[in-house]
Structures are given as structure tokens and as C-alpha cells.
Ligand binder design. Sequence first.
Ligand code: DP6
Length: 382
Amino acid sequence: MKSFFNASELKKYICLNSCRMTEKDFISQSFQHKLIGGSVTWEAPSNIALIKYWGKIEPQIPANPSISFTLDSCRTTTTLEFKKMETADNNINFEFYFEGIKKEEFKPKIESFFKRINLYCPFLTDYQFVIKTENSFPHSSGIASSASGMSALALCVMSLEKELDPDLSDEYFNQKASFLARLGSGSACRSIEGEIIEWGKHKNIENSSDLFGIKYPYKIHEAFLNYQDTILLVDKGTKQVSSSIGHNLMVDHAFADSRFEQAHRNMDKLRNIFETGNLKEFMEIVESEALTLHAMMMSSNPYFILMKPNTLEIINKIWTFRQNSGLPVCFTLDAGANVHVLYPEKDVVKVFEFIKNELVAYCENEQYICDQIGEGAKKIEN
Ligand code: DP6
């Protein structure tokens, strides 16, 4: 390696060789700190995993690789206002507003996020912050907002870093945003870019890393263009089991090793599926992953059933419709009762008719969200 790179050239070099990135490469240099104050806004999407992340070790290192569709309509918009403090202390000072209302109860999660990322962004202690955030989807919809929320905040922090160090390359910016978002919530690292994001080291995916998500680097068949995700809100109640507790259940899980190996194998299979557009095999992997996730929860100690009777009714209806119509409609699930119905754009009319006529009745207050694959987060110019 040439020895005369300056810091930003070095970062560019490292990005091009991202498989070699380590935690140390994300520690920002010290800046001149000329920035007195300002404000940045980012809108970041949610994502839906096809191969599930379930199981992790500190600090948020996944037990297996996962891959997701970045969504489009389900988004969090976050504004970070910052003002340089006269005298910095070692704490990160902030106020937090959710949908215009000051929310003390959300602060501990943000506080531990800031503590975790402070090593990589030491400039944070020089400022005081006001964070204002809102979601495009209803708050109590049972849709996890941690992926879109943490990625939006991580992007705001990166915009502040970029103002302090304008030479940062776009590639490094996105990679570090994903790295920081991961420290807030694992799946959030897959919510920076679109359209298909892989996270976690896999021997056959070049540049894959446990530290951040990467844009899926291989061929994607046109069948997946604008793939649809209609989210059926079966149960909008609060989660029975937080994802951190859920991930921990994999630590001594009897089936953990075979589950982790299965995820690696499924990733290999998906590569071929994405290339050929074989939707039959795609649906088999996606549904098997969803059911395996729930099987892991049902067979852990303690055990949980997060599906509701209506979740199963919907799954059975989807299977019958698929059999009768021959259309490639499948489902996936998160760690909850809601059902994501996935299908190609070309079948939208017929499938949506089916959803309205046969599935919406199983949703709480008949609520659902129409979404599709999206292109990733957007900076909003203030
Ligand atoms: C079931 O990312 O919410 O949605 O890292 O503890 O914040 P933490 O967990 P989180 O876990 C998401 C799990 C999942 C599957 C997935 O999105 O891959």
C-alpha cells in the first residue's frame, strides 16, 4: 500500500477494500471544530428480511448473514439540531421529540446508542442536540421502527461528521452510517441504501462484513424489480418479547448451530434465485426463513408464540390462493404477528384484489400498508 495517503484518501482506499475494514477504520480523526451549530434531516426506510438475523454477540455482531429488501413507504424522518457547547463534558447532551412531543421514555435507547458510537464519533460530546423524529407509519402498528429510526439518526450523525470533514467519500459515508446504525439496532444497518442489502460475513459474498450492510453485489433478475410488500397489521399491540431478549435466546438454543448453517446455505441458494428469477424457489426460502424464525422462538427457553390465530389464517389463505391462481405470492414475518405479503409488481392488480377480498378482514381494524422495494435513505434539504 502506498504510504503517502492523506486521511481522506486513506478512507477512500479502505472503502475500495471494504472486506478489510475493521472497527478501527471507523474512528473519526480529530477535526478543527469550526462548526458552531446547524441542523440536518434524513428520511430512512424500514426493511424486511428475507434471510433473518436472529442471534448476535456483543457488540451487535450477527450470528449469521441476513439479507433484506429495503422498503419505500415505511420511513422515519429525523432532524438533528446541533449547537457547539461552551465547555464540553464527557456526556452527550440531547432532547428527544417524537411526533412533536418530548419523550423521556425513548431517551435511554438513544443514550446507549450515543455511548456506543462515541468512540467512533468523539466530536459528539462537543455539541448539544435536539432530535426530532416522526414515522410515516402509525406508531402502534406493531411495525418495528428501530431499523428506520436508528438508520435515520446514524445518517444525521454522519452528516454532522461530513460537515466537519467535507472530504469524506460517499462510499465511506454510507458504510460508516450503516456501521453506526448497526450499533443502535442490528437490522438498522440494512436501512441505509436500497434495494437489496446483505449484512454479515458470508464466504461467497465478496466484501460482506459483520460490521455493516452492503448493497447486494450480484445480478438481480428483473422479476424482482419493484417487488411489492403489503403489510397486514394483524396485531398492533406492544411486542411480547423485545428483539434483544429474542436474540439472546439463541445463545444456548438447542438448534442454534444448524440454524446458523442453514442461513449460510440459504444465502447461496438465493444468489442463484436472484440471478435466474426462479420465484418458486424464492418463495420456498422466504417462507421457510419466516417459519424457522418463529420455530426458533417456539423452541427456545423460555418459549414464545408470537403468531396469532389470524396470522395462521392469512398464511393458509395465501397458500390456497397460490395453489388456485398459480401466482407467485408468498409471506414473511418479523418477530411478531403481522404478515408481509410479497409479490411481483406485474401481478399487483390480481393479488391486491385477493388481499382486499380475503385477507384484510383478518387485520386489526382492517389496517394494512402498501409498500414495495425502495432505493434507500434520502437527505432532506432544510
Ligand atoms: C426478526 O435488529 O430489531 O426482524 O439488533 O437487538 O436491535 P437488535 O435487533 P433487531 O432484530 C431484527 C430481527 C428480525 C429479523 C431481521 O430483521 O433480520
